[in-house]
Write a protein that binds this ligand. Structure first.
Ligand SMILES: [Fe+2]
Ligand SMILES: [Fe+2]
Length: 351
């Protein structure tokens, strides 16, 4: 009778445990709460012809796993190189006027407009004014890199018409009624060209709504206003003078870019002050609450995360665990009775 031989060396169990612990430890070392705008270094790239500064992501001091965030600056009269990537991204214009061509379609933008860059869409940007333009981007490149799917192609000054189209699934006429044929048809049907996507939210078109958590919110990129993304969403939250958003916790990564105002975010009992241009990072299952410290003016923050894909999936995979926790009945939300919100246009930079 054959007998199995017991190995006393390191088994896959120890190997995996060690490997996972090392990954968590590494990510803990990069934890941060607020990235100051003054700590973001703009670097010039001669071939891209733009300056880029990293808030969060592998090319800066704070590597991440799902989202990255960067600021970009385009000089007056300059057009960037044309490039595309396998991941999608959101652009938000801080200042200046300009345009972005997305798969040949020109989108004109002004301060506080939001542009959506679909995956695999060739794009380049330029400014027409006599001042530089600056915009922020958030993307899911780190997540795509984790899956081995991050591809970036820069085509320099090649005209769009000569560039290859986005890769897509094929479904020949004789694909067949079997499972392979069904898969081909299903995947081919899921394709939509970049120009069929909603590509811009003009600031003047935003629709403010007061939420139960106590902030006024405006969707910038979301399924409910016609976007179809990899799961990326962007919403601007506005906190009334001296007010706050109800405390809650969830996994990461969620970033909040401070558009205007000054305040602090309490993370697990520690206060982290912020002001315009900073990026607040809340993740890793910590209790957090955003508080406006200005008793005269509201504060505006843009929240971006990938919950619509990643959290939806995690919620299913970890059911019955709850992945978002808040106080029962949002008992700590501020009372907004009688408060009159400012005109959404107030504070928008001139153009
Ligand atoms: Fe890009
Ligand atoms: Fe949150």
């Amino acid at each position: 009778m054959a007998r199995s031989i017991t190995q006393t060396g390191t088994t896959h169990y120890e190997v995996q445990k060690k490997r996972r612990a090392a990954k968590v430890e590494q990510s803990r070392q990069h934890r941060t709460a607020v990235i100051r705008t003054s700590d973001v270094v703009l670097e010039d790239n001669p071939s891209r012809r733009m300056r880029r500064g990293i808030y969060l992501g592998a090319d800066g001091p704070h590597p991440t796993h799902v989202l990255d965030a960067a600021v970009h600056e385009v000089s007056p009269g300059i057009t960037s190189s044309i490039h595309r990537h396998s991941w999608d991204a959101i652009m938000w214009v801080i200042e200046g006027t300009g345009w972005t061509e997305i798969d040949g379609q020109r989108v004109e933008w002004r301060p506080w407009d939001t542009v959506y860059l679909p995956r695999w869409a060739w794009h380049r940007s330029g400014t027409d004014g006599d001042k530089p333009a600056r915009y922020l981007t958030w993307s899911v490149e780190p997540m795509y890199e984790t899956f081995g799917l991050a591809v970036l192609e820069d085509a320099g000054d090649e005209p769009f018409a000569q560039l290859p189209p986005a890769p897509r699934s094929t479904a020949p006429d004789d694909a067949g009624p079997d499972s392979y044929g069904r898969r081909m048809r299903r995947l081919a049907a899921a394709y939509s060209p970049a120009t069929a996507h909603r590509l811009i939210t003009k600031w003047e078109d935003v629709n403010p709504r007061v939420t139960k958590r106590g902030a006024r919110s405006m969707f910038l990129v979301d399924e409910t206003i016609g976007y179809r993304t990899s799961g990326l969403t962007a919403v601007m939250h506005e906190l009334g003078p001296g007010l706050w958003q109800a405390k809650h916790r969830h996994g990461g990564e969620a970033y909040l870019y401070v558009v205007s105002g000054r305040g602090h975010t309490e993370i697990d009992g520690v206060d982290h002050p912020w002001s315009a241009g900073d990026l607040v990072v809340v993740n890793h299952w910590c209790w957090h609450q955003h508080i406006n410290d200005d008793t005269e003016n509201s504060a505006r923050l843009i929240r971006v995360h990938n919950v619509d894909a990643l959290y939806d999936l995690m919620q299913i995979l970890l059911d019955p665990m709850q992945l978002i926790e808040e106080e029962p009945d949002l008992a700590d939300a501020p009372d907004l009775t009688g408060y009159r919100w400012p005109d959404p246009m107030a504070g928008r930079p001139a153009f």
